[in-house]
Design a protein around this ligand. Structure first.
Ligand code: FAD
Ligand code: NAD
Length: 472
């Protein structure tokens, strides 16, 4: 069977590449196989099945519960002691996942993408072998091939997963009861998001992070406030410490943690290992296919996701850059368009990041440290949500917006936000930055009042000491 495009992997990078290619008139197939799911077909990849969507479902449910328990009283709303039904919360999450993954299948039919169920292997630059659930093999020819097999969590030898007391992020989205004591290894995105979920639902959460600084990709003025706020939320974050070993008991697990040079033993009912993810290429490349991985296991590609083989592309978590669904999707679109002879590019300088804790943490562009390292003179403006009428009215006035702009040209080079709706506010900054907006452009743009977005307006005004609602 010959196709114009064969995509291996049905996650955000792969399914978007396949839909776009088909929309552009190319005969397209997408091969999907999930080993961790007994080989069941699960379009949508990590993001829809065990990542972005189920985690946000639990973040939203647990946040609603937390609000009722902690902040309704302040608004004068009286509720008798709230409770929650974890099984129902999980069922709701599973229904959302089902709806969205079913939606991708529907989009495939609508756009005439052929879904092939089986494990794909690249044989050469025009040929893929697919092994189905029964082990039967079949070959497919493609004028172009897109690799999009994503990533898997990293395991650490001192605390190996066992599927019960020690789990990765997927397991932590499936707990059937709230752990009393929850240990998390890694204070990255997953550690903070899932730590928030279980802490809101009542777990005593301890997070162990190897780095001395929390979220080193942000400026320290932002992370200081973030650390303070998380402390208030009972997320016990231990920085600069190493988990040296573990001992499993029938019901729980002991971690041996080195904190300040001393080994401490800490007991937990459950431990989540969230120390990053690795590109997933197990059995993907035939020995003679002509493609070799880099030293970290990524498929090497150029700025256009082209591998060293003509007509073979790779996108998403499988290649360099942040492991984010929106980055994977943009790369999927770019590759499909380039195969169809168009000229699309991805702007890798402006990939937004969001951590969906409460308050949310969102950033794009450069930090102060990066600008200094690159020898770029900059000016900065900051606006605290404590001075925002809308944030105060909502009873949600923690954090701030920070804008960094080039000292000479005034072009906005970075935005960092810690606060309510940071993800949505950031997007407005990002659109401006895509069009090379200056902080003055943001300052001259009218923002609806009262909105939390006005904090971006004021922070941009503050860059040139023109803020109205704070002292300059
Ligand atoms: P994947 O989504 O991993 O998809 C790869 C697919 O390929 C999988 O379905 C796999 O089964 C299939 N496959 C693998 N090998 C083969 C083979 N040989 N043959 C056929 N099929 C194969 N990102 C965000 O932007 N926002 C978030 O809020 C967010 N939250 C997350 C929360 C969690 C808990 C996790 C774990 C991740 C989260 N991410 C988030 C990251 C996001 O999920 C990934 O960046 C994204 O899914 C990567 O897309 P991808 O298409 O490259 O790979
Ligand atoms: P991460 O890279 O965000 O964080 C891992 C953390 O673990 C780091 O802070 C690292 O210093 C620490 N660490 C590494 N080894 C350690 C060790 N042995 N002991 C203690 N700490 C250790 O990775 P993650 O949280 O596992 O997430 C994986 C990927 O999934 C990320 O790349 C992220 O982009 C993506 N993701 C994104 C979102 C989102 O966009 N909201 C949500 C979840 C996951």
């Amino acid at each position: 069977m010959e196709y114009d495009v064969i995509v291996i992997g049905g996650g955000p990078g792969g399914y978007v590449a396949a839909i776009k290619a088909s929309q552009l008139g190319l005969k397209t197939a997408c091969i999907e196989f999930d080993e961790d799911n007994q080989g069941k077909q699960k379009l949508g990849g990590t993001c829809l099945n065990v990542g972005c969507i189920p985690s946000k479902s639990l973040l939203d449910s647990s946040y609603k519960y937390h609000q009722i328990s902690e902040s309704f009283d302040e608004h004068g709303i009286k509720v008798s002691k709230p409770n929650y039904d974890l099984a129902k919360m999980m069922e709701r999450k599973n229904e959302i996942v089902k709806k969205l993954t079913g939606g991708v299948s529907h989009l495939f039919s609508h756009n005439k993408v052929e879904a092939i169920h089986g494990k794909g292997k690249l044989l050469n630059q025009n040929e893929v072998e697919v092994t189905d659930l029964k082990g039967k093999k079949k070959k497919y020819q493609g004028k172009n091939i897109v690799l999009a097999t994503g990533s898997r969590p990293i395991n650490i030898p001192s605390v190996p997963w066992n599927g019960t007391t020690v789990v990765g992020s997927a397991g932590a989205l499936e707990f059937t009861e709230t752990p009393k004591k929850l240990g998390i290894i890694g204070a990255g995105v997953i550690g903070l998001e899932l730590g928030s979920v279980w802490s809101r639902l009542g777990s005593e959460v301890s997070i162990f992070e190897a780095e001395k600084d929390l979220l080193p990709m942000l400026d320290t003025d932002m992370t200081r406030t973030i650390e303070r706020e998380f402390k208030k939320q009972n997320l016990n974050i231990h920085l600069g410490c190493f988990v040296k070993g573990s001992k499993k008991y029938r019901k729980g697990i002991n971690l041996e943690v080195e904190i300040d040079g001393k080994i401490e033993k800490k007991y937990f009912d459950k431990v989540i290992v969230a120390v990053g993810r690795r590109p997933f290429t197990d059995n993907l490349l035939d020995e003679g296919c002509g493609l070799t991985l880099d030293e970290k296991g990524f498929v090497p590609v150029d700025d256009y996701c082209q591998t060293n083989l003509d007509n073979v592309y790779a996108v998403g978590d499988l290649v360099r850059g942040p492991m984010l669904a929106h980055k994977a999707m943009e790369e999927g679109v770019m590759v499909a368009e380039r195969i169809a002879g168009k000229k699309m590019e991805v702007n890798y300088d402006l990939v937004p990041s969001v951590i969906y804790t409460h308050p949310e943490i969102a950033w794009v562009g450069k930090t102060e440290k990066q600008l200094r390292d690159e020898g770029i003179d900059f000016k900065k403006g900051n606006f605290p949500f404590a001075a925002s009428g809308r944030a105060l009215a909502a009873g949600d006035a923690v954090g701030s917006v920070k804008v960094l702009a080039d000292k000479e040209t005034d072009q906005v080079l970075g935005v960092q936000i810690f606060g309510n709706s940071a993800s949505e506010i950031l997007q407005q900054g990002l659109i401006g930055m895509e069009f090379s907006a200056s902080s003055e452009d943001f300052g001259l743009t009218m923002f609806s009042h009262p909105t939390v977005s006005e904090a971006l307006h004021e922070a941009a005004l503050a860059v040139n000491k023109q803020a109205i609602h704070i002292g300059n």
